[in-house]
Design a protein around this ligand. Structure first.
Ligand SMILES: CC(C)(COP(=O)(O)OP(=O)(O)OC[C@H]1O[C@@H](n2cnc3c(N)ncnc32)[C@H](O)[C@@H]1OP(=O)(O)O)[C@@H](O)C(=O)NCCC(=O)NCCS
Length: 179
């Protein structure tokens, strides 16, 4: 049984569970077209109370073994989110967003590496999947650097854009992780 309060440490980041106190900060960081338009499930405009509702569901989904969402902290400041979610077809998918003021500092790359190690070393998973919109090469780079390999292409609905967007899908097996 993995503790609900489990935190994970990288070199310059910490991953910890969200609390409701994080809601205003999350609300602020995701109410940004440049973030919402690059992920599948963040609406834009972001509704009032959206972050609180999202965080409120974490405990139950974590307890059910469906989701492992973590807040990314740098120097005690919440800068983004990274997590694993079970897909309908079975494998866990890694997803993340970083608040725009913090882009380009290696934060997503480090968060992805820490979460991938958690997935394989602690959860004992044998593979992970992920995907990024074709017009989001920075996210592709984050995934490739940790060892993900391209597995195909598909269309994915983007809530913020309100349409299906071309998406590159990737897969990572435990032995391919770049540590
Ligand atoms: C994509 C995102 C997570 C990247 O976060 P970040 O903390 O800035 O990422 P990092 O700094 O760790 O690494 C970004 C990498 O992409 C590269 N990159 C940045 N812009 C790029 C571009 N236009 N084309 C190709 N590579 C690019 C960077 O050079 C870096 O690679 P490097 O370390 O080899 O130099 C962040 O921009 C974000 O949250 N965007 C909105 C939400 C999102 O896209 N989530 C992912 C959905 S799949």
């Amino acid at each position: 049984m993995i503790a609900e309060t489990l935190s994970l440490a990288g070199e310059k980041i910490k991953l910890r569970p969200f609390t409701l106190e994080d809601a205003p900060r999350v609300q602020d960081l995701v109410s940004n077209w440049n973030v919402a338009s690059m992920v599948a499930r963040i609406p834009h405009p972001y509704p009032d109370g959206g972050a609180e509702e999202w965080i409120s569901g974490h405990r139950e989904r974590r307890a059910a073994g469906e989701d492992w969402p973590f807040a990314i902290e740098v120097g005690d400041k919440l800068v983004g989110a990274v997590g694993l979610s079970r897909t309908e077809s079975g494998p866990f998918e890694i997803g993340y967003w970083i608040g725009e003021p913090y882009w380009g500092k290696g934060i997503a790359s480090e968060a992805a590496r820490v979460l991938v190690e958690f997935a394989f070393d602690i959860l004992g998973l044998d593979h992970l999947v992920s995907g990024h919109f074709k017009d989001n090469p920075a996210s592709g780079r984050v995934l490739i650097k940790v060892g993900f390999l391209r597995s195909g292409e598909e269309k994915r609905f983007c809530l913020a854009r309100g349409e299906e967007i071309d998406c590159i899908t990737l897969k990572l097996t435990a032995e391919k992780v770049t540590r």
